[in-house]
Design a protein around this ligand. Structure first.
Ligand code: TYD
Ligand code: MG
Length: 459
């Protein structure tokens, strides 16, 4: 006899309980728990039947080496920077989720790309957040050439699915998934259950009709994508669009990508007539001035090397415990670097406030920036400018030893391309190839003391 029992499943994290809670005990999400009925009928006879079968050949599995290769004809998004993050263009039938803070330019980016793609393909733009007039106004600002771009201002999921089924476009944009709603569900648009149902329905139609879907998603206060985690699992790629609200550049990052590398970075600049691509981003983050406390580093975002300036300011403190602030670098990393400098270089930094900032509002997470950060700090402390045209790359260990960063070749090439004269890096890499044409002098150091003394002594 079958018996059905209820379990309560959190739609955000998937935790299961026997009892209903207004807030998930596991992830802390409110109103995310819904009841699911499961049947406890155990069909023993089915398994005994299977056991007694003597199959001669496999049912549907095949050797992976014999599985046919499918040629993917990616759809160019119209922007190299977007293509780079997507891994070379949109894959037909794939789902791409784009998240970002409100007002950062998600709708602008996707409308621009949709317009560009619509010159060669049919594209449907579903505006669930804005009226057709509002989208038209934006479109007038960016690119109002004739194209095959359809616009549908609708929030009802059923009508959106009908339109997709009728038009069968190559690409469809949903702006945004949180504004769509399925009228069969009682919860309000944007709730966990709504987002889950809407995205699942969209996925089905996208896979069936081979439509590439670009879905815009909201982010929560802490910058996470709003809605259930299933949304992120369901889509093929998750991109985040970020930037400083006070600066004009915007960064597009790949967080997940089934068809390409993650951590890729695309750089755009918001202008009067929409977003324009920045193909040489290093120039955006370099201040091109020399002063005590400014150093240059090359970090690597995905496969893309990026030269940026680090600024440090050390001031004798008037507080009992010195102030330390870091913008664009994790504060713990700064504390660690300060401690290593203090111990290894014998500088009494504990009597100084330290302010550290990455130029241009960029976030630098990777440890390859350590040496450049240390150079800026020591330069500000001693009030001596660093040698002109010198770049630092390297990670600092707790004992003051230097370690190589990943993708050194690409970084060194970028340093040479930008015309820097000197590079200070850790030991352990053969650089004779780069120094052949005498354009750059590469100095290798084993520890922080050696690296920084060299950069400061020539002044
Ligand atoms: P929008 O794409 O609406 O952001 P999102 O969809 O992420 O909420 O863009 C919002 C901002 O971009 C808005 O504050 C105005 C600015 N903007 C420009 O500076 N230039 C332009 O050409 C456009 C279309 C927008
Ligand atoms: Mg928008």
């Amino acid at each position: 006899m079958s018996r059905s029992v209820s379990i309560y499943v959190c739609q955000s994290c998937g935790a299961q309980t026997r009892q209903f809670f207004g807030r998930c005990n596991n992830c802390g999400e409110w109103n995310s728990i819904i009841e699911e009925k499961i049947s406890q009928k155990s069909d023993k006879s089915f398994y005994t039947k299977i056991n007694s079968l003597k199959e001669k050949s496999p049912y549907r599995s095949e050797l992976i080496s014999k599985t046919k290769n499918q040629i993917i004809n990616r759809i160019p998004s119209g922007y190299h920077e977007l293509d780079r993050v997507l891994g070379g263009g949109l894959v037909p039938g794939s789902l791409v989720l784009i998240g970002g803070d409100p007002g950062i330019g998600k709708s602008t980016l996707i409308l621009q790309s949709a317009t560009a793609m619509a010159h060669k393909r049919s594209v449907l733009y579903v505006a669930a957040e804005e009226s057709a007039q509002q989208v038209k106004l934006r479109w007038n600002r960016i690119d109002n050439s004739e194209s095959n771009l359809h616009l549908l201002a609708e929030t009802d999921l059923e009508l959106v699915l009908k339109e997709l089924n009728y038009l069968k476009p190559d690409v469809a944009v949903i702006d945004s998934i949180q504004a769509l709603h399925d009228k069969n569900l009682s919860s309000s648009p944007g709730s966990v259950a709504q987002v889950r149902e809407c995205s699942a329905a969209l996925q089905q139609i996208a896979k069936r009709e081979n439509i590439s879907l670009l879905i815009i998603g909201h982010v929560t206060k802490d910058g996470m994508l709003a809605g259930p985690k299933v949304l992120e699992h369901l889509v093929d790629a998750v991109l985040t669009f970020e930037g400083d609200r006070f600066a004009s550049h915007r960064l597009l990052r790949g967080v997940k990508n089934r068809f390409g590398a993650t951590c890729e970075l695309g750089v755009f600049e918001m202008q009067q007539d929409g977003l324009s691509e920045v193909s040489n981003p290093s120039e955006l983050f370099l201040s091109k001035t020399t002063a005590p406390g400014i150093s240059t580093i090359v970090t690597c975002e995905g496969t893309r090397p990026l030269a940026i300036d680090i600024q440090a300011l050390l001031n004798s403190t008037s507080y009992a415990s010195p102030r330390r602030t870091a913008t664009g670098v994790e504060i713990n990393r700064l504390h660690q670097i300060l401690a290593v400098i203090e111990k290894n270089m014998n500088l009494s930094l504990s009597r100084y406030d330290c302010y550290l900032a990455v130029a241009g509002g960029l976030e630098v997470e990777e440890p390859g920036a350590d040496l450049g950060i240390a150079a800026a700090i020591v330069s500000s402390f001693k009030d001596i400018e660093l040698e002109e045209g010198v770049v630092f790359i390297g990670e600092i260990g707790l004992a003051g030893q230097l370690r190589l960063a990943r993708q050194m070749q690409q970084r060194i090439n970028e340093v040479i391309r930008l015309g820097y004269k000197k590079l200070i890096i850790p030991e352990g890499i053969d650089t004779s190839e780069f120094e052949k044409n005498k354009k750059i002098k590469i100095l290798k150091a084993t520890n922080i003391n050696q690296a920084l003394m060299d950069a400061l002594k020539n002044k």
